[in-house]
Design a binder for this molecule. Sequence first.
Ligand code: FES
Length: 111
Amino acid sequence: MASANLHFTVVDSNQNSWEVEAEPGDNLMKAGIKAGVPYEVACGGNAECCTCHVYLPKIVIESAEFVKPDDAERDALDWASGTSPESRLACQMKVTASMEGQVIKLVGARK
Ligand code: FES
């Protein structure tokens, strides 16, 4: 049985926005790239560059399915600017059902 698709929005600091469709378990950054989100991916998705830094909505962070960042991601975020409790690296995250209808803020992309 196919998984239900989820829909959520990614916005950047210039109020550009992209509607993303993905399945639970998809890589959050790759799903965004398919929808045109301009992730720079300077490190190739290896939790090193923080160009995929995003702020997640609280509802996602507080959901039962939320997986906390591992040591490599936490170490990388220590070097990112503007980190907050909502910060994650999109390349290290899976899409979860709690993202349905939510807005994810892209911090790390450079124009
Ligand atoms: S793409 Fe480099 S940290 Fe995510």
